[in-house]
Design a protein around this ligand. Structure first.
Ligand code: NDP
Ligand code: 2IT
Length: 448
């Protein structure tokens, strides 16, 4: 609930203008709630219309993506790119290919990305894009033709100093490779216009691992600072079984924790011995299979058909790594009842506002997405640096920079929370810290 009348008016106008864009408005409201003390302390934000400008994308592009399927039939999808905010650097953010993609989803992700990128300490503005294309069940040829058609439109809007897309749900190394090839062909330029590229053509070591690893580094910092604890020996419930979930599980095992679940939209696997990473990668990355295959092939693992029930599995820490609004109040209640001490968001906005409220009220540590999962885009920023230098760093160098960045992300969120009288509220702290840098840059650059 907003108490500040200026912010109430801004949110009222946003609700009118973006009526029906439920995920976008949810993300905006959460940020505005955190910014109340900041706006009240410094009236110039209001006078300069910083918040009104911050919630309105600089540019929103929607386009037709026609492609031909294997049977020769022409298909049409809808493509998007939102260029949300370029105050602190070129637009930067992933592309999502999933049937649920629409303007609201793309705008919520682009809005969040602006704050997340600011928190990384690197010079990147906020952007996001994607299409309502479903790569599931498509052949490599179909995916390639779709990616080429998608790039044939967005190539004119992006560039290594303008806007640098990457992966997200449904977009991994294969899709980035096809899109990079088409960009290079259209522009006759070999530049770092996308991140998450293959290692043989400019990709960064540790980018694949970065989001999951980074989420663990962040959670470790939060547990240590606020509870004097570590991940060692903790049972962890993970949702999702894609890029973020897989490397989150891998790092947890390295840190001596026990990840006991993975899920997809069809169900979840409970593996009390701890997730077998080699088997998970074989099924998900090589065979493009399902969590049900994992459960069937892993002795002792159990399978449940309702993916939301993954959060009923008892754990010390939960790391939702699948999609937005997957962890609701019922899931939060189940986690609290089972004694969870921390929830860290690997996915973007996986916890509903009601769930967050319940977790905070119960004293559960909460690592918000824009801080906890910032390691992916941070390492994309490191990939951009390596591309500009025409050089590449070792895995250890990149991983150690990532680790350092995640500590800084945590520290700046924790310090901002303290500074504004909300010590321990890392959600508010991350929103405030992310905002302060973007807000200062916007003030300095005049009315644009
Ligand atoms: P992947 O495509 O690799 O994996 C997505 C996973 O989430 C799959 O297991 C998928 O299951 C599951 N999932 C997707 N939609 C739903 C749904 N509606 N209900 C239940 N499960 C679902 O994507 P990523 O691992 O890259 O992304 C996961 C999350 O992390 C997203 O929120 C993304 O925005 C966020 N993120 C990703 C970053 C990255 O670097 N990749 C960086 C920061 C955040 P199924 O196969 O059944 O669809
Ligand atoms: O949500 C995200 O931060 C991502 N999908 C990663 C974006 C990127 O540019 O690496």
């Amino acid at each position: 609930m907003l108490k500040n009348t200026y912010l109430q008016e801004v949110y009222g106008e946003a609700s009118r203008r973006s009526a029906g864009e439920k995920e976008f408005l949810q993300a905006v409201l959460e940020v505005l709630e955190s910014l109340e003390p900041v706006i009240e302390r410094d009236p110039s934000y209001e006078k300069l219309g910083i918040i009104e400008r911050l919630i309105e994308p600089e540019r929103f592009i929607q386009f037709r993506v026609p492609w031909v399927d294997d049977s020769g039939k022409v298909r049409v999808n809808r493509g998007y790119r939102v260029q949300f905010n370029s105050a602190i650097g070129p637009y930067k953010g992933g592309l999502r290919f999933h049937p649920s993609v629409n303007a609201s989803i793309i705008k919520f992700l682009g809005f969040e990305q602006t704050f997340k990128n600011s928190l990384t300490t690197l010079p990147m503005g906020g952007g996001k894009g994607g299409a309502d294309f479903d790569p599931k069940g498509k052949s490599d040829g179909e995916v390639m033709r779709f990616c080429q058609s998608f790039m044939s439109e967005i190539f004119r809007h992006i560039g290594p100093d303008t806007d640098v897309p990457a992966g997200d749900i449904g977009v991994g190394g294969r899709e980035v490779g096809f899109m990079f090839g088409q960009y290079k062909r259209l522009k006759n330029e070999f530049t770092g216009v996308l991140t998450g590229k293959g290692l043989s053509f400019g990709g960064s070591l540790a980018r694949t691992e970065a989001t999951g690893y980074g989420a663990c580094y962040f959670t470790e910092e939060m547990l240590s600072h606020l509870k004097g604890e570590s991940l060692k020996g903790k049972r962890v419930v993970i949702s999702g079984s894609g890029n973020v979930a897989t490397y989150c599980a891998e790092k947890l095992l390295q840190l001596g924790a026990l990840p006991v679940t993975v899920s997809d939209s069809s169900g979840y696997a409970y593996d009390e011995k701890g997730i077998d990473i080699a088997l998970l990668k074989q099924i998900k990355e090589v065979e493009r299979g399902r969590v049900s295959d994992y459960a069937a092939r892993r002795p002792g693992a159990k399978y449940g058909e309702n993916c939301r029930e993954v959060f009923t599995v008892p754990c010390d820490v939960a790391m939702p790594c699948a999609t937005q609004n997957e962890l609701d109040e019922t899931s939060a209640e189940a986690l609290i009842k089972n004694g969870v001490i921390a929830v860290s968001e690997g996915a973007n906005m996986p916890c509903t506002p009601g769930a967050v409220e319940k977790l905070l009220a119960a004293g559960v540590l909460f690592g918000p997405a824009k801080a906890a999962n910032a390691g992916g885009v941070a390492t994309s920023g490191l990939e951009m640096s390596q591309n500009s230098q025409r050089y590449s760093w070792s895995f250890e160098e990149v991983d150690s920079k990532l680790h350092d960045i995640m500590k800084k992300v945590y520290r700046s969120a924790a310090e901002a929370a303290e500074e504004y009288g909300m010590a321990g509220n890392i959600l508010a702290g991350a929103n405030i810290a992310g905002f302060l840098k973007v807000g200062a840059a916007m003030k300095a650059q005049g009315i644009v």
